[in-house]
Write a protein that binds this ligand. Structure first.
Ligand SMILES: [Zn+2]
Length: 272
């Protein structure tokens, strides 16, 4: 049984502020490393929960910002991790295909412009506003195209609510209740990890009861956001039309300036 763990950082217990990747101050670097450790522990709890449920292959995708956040030397050695320069490979979610048995999502954040959510950003707009998706439910929809069910999500109360509305029966752990975009009432990390390990195990054991999340095509897709992620959000590009959500997502991302998919030769990039 193969499990795919998609990760982000904004939805972990303890996270309250957007990351500042350009600030070299000691305080900021120390804070970022603290968040990386908390993320690593939650991801590790999910990995262990997957193996507890009988997985024999677990792939973790380090998907926040740089794509190089998880302190992988502390992860359970039975898993593998996809990391490095984000969006320079063949896809946003490499190795997600029909051979995966279930997807688990850790550290997810609410879609852009969600009120009283911790650091909400990115608002996927389908069919000119028929409905909207977060980054998390977009990942679930891409998995759905491969008939892969998304069985577990963790994050704040707002993203958990979005997943539950779209995916009946999904298991979840609300690691914090958002009080504003930058303040939350949070579980203590040790408790969050305990609940995530058990929740992921339970979710995988009942995966047959959870249907893959399907977004039907043909459809039109656009992405909204803004500087500082402050409303009002704007459309970042021209809407794309495609027969499936996967094709639409791929087409849209390839047109975006932050994307350099299918990079085959070095282009001078330096981390971070
Ligand atoms: Zn993120």
């Amino acid at each position: 049984m193969k499990i795919y763990i998609q990760t982000d950082i904004e939805g972990i217990a303890g996270f309250c502020f957007f990351e500042k990747r350009k600030d070299p101050s000691y305080e900021n670097i120390q804070h970022r490393h603290r968040m990386y450790k908390l993320l690593t522990d939650e991801v590790n709890a999910a990995v262990q929960g997957a193996f507890d449920a009988g997985a024999d292959e677990v792939i973790v995708n380090d998907s926040h910002g740089s794509g190089y956040n998880i302190l992988f030397e502390y992860l359970d050695p039975r898993c593998q991790i996809i990391h490095g320069r984000n969006m320079s490979g063949p896809a946003w979610l490499p190795f997600l295909d029909e051979t995966v048995d279930a997807m688990v999502l850790i550290g997810m954040h609410a879609m852009g412009a969600t009120k009283d959510a911790i650091t909400p950003h990115s608002l996927w707009e389908v069919n000119d506003g028929e409905f909207y998706m977060s980054e998390g439910t977009m990942a679930a929809a891409l998995a759905g195209d491969f008939n892969v069910p998304s069985v577990f999500v963790s994050g704040d109360d707002k993203i958990v609510a979005e997943f539950k509305e779209k995916i009946s029966g999904i298991e979840s752990v609300q690691v914090k209740k958002a009080l504003s975009p930058y303040q939350a009432c949070s579980l203590i990390p040790a408790k969050a990890c305990e609940l995530i390990r058990k929740g992921v195990k339970d979710a995988i054991l009942k995966k047959a009861e959870i249907k893959p999340y399907k977004v039907a095509g043909p459809l039109r897709l656009n992405l909204l956001d803004s500087a500082g992620h402050c409303p009002p959000l704007e459309r970042l590009g021209d809407a794309v039309t495609a027969d499936t959500i996967s094709e639409a997502f791929d087409k849209y991302e390839r047109a975006m300036p932050w994307t350099k998919m299918d990079l085959h030769d070095p282009d001078g990039f330096q981390f971070p």
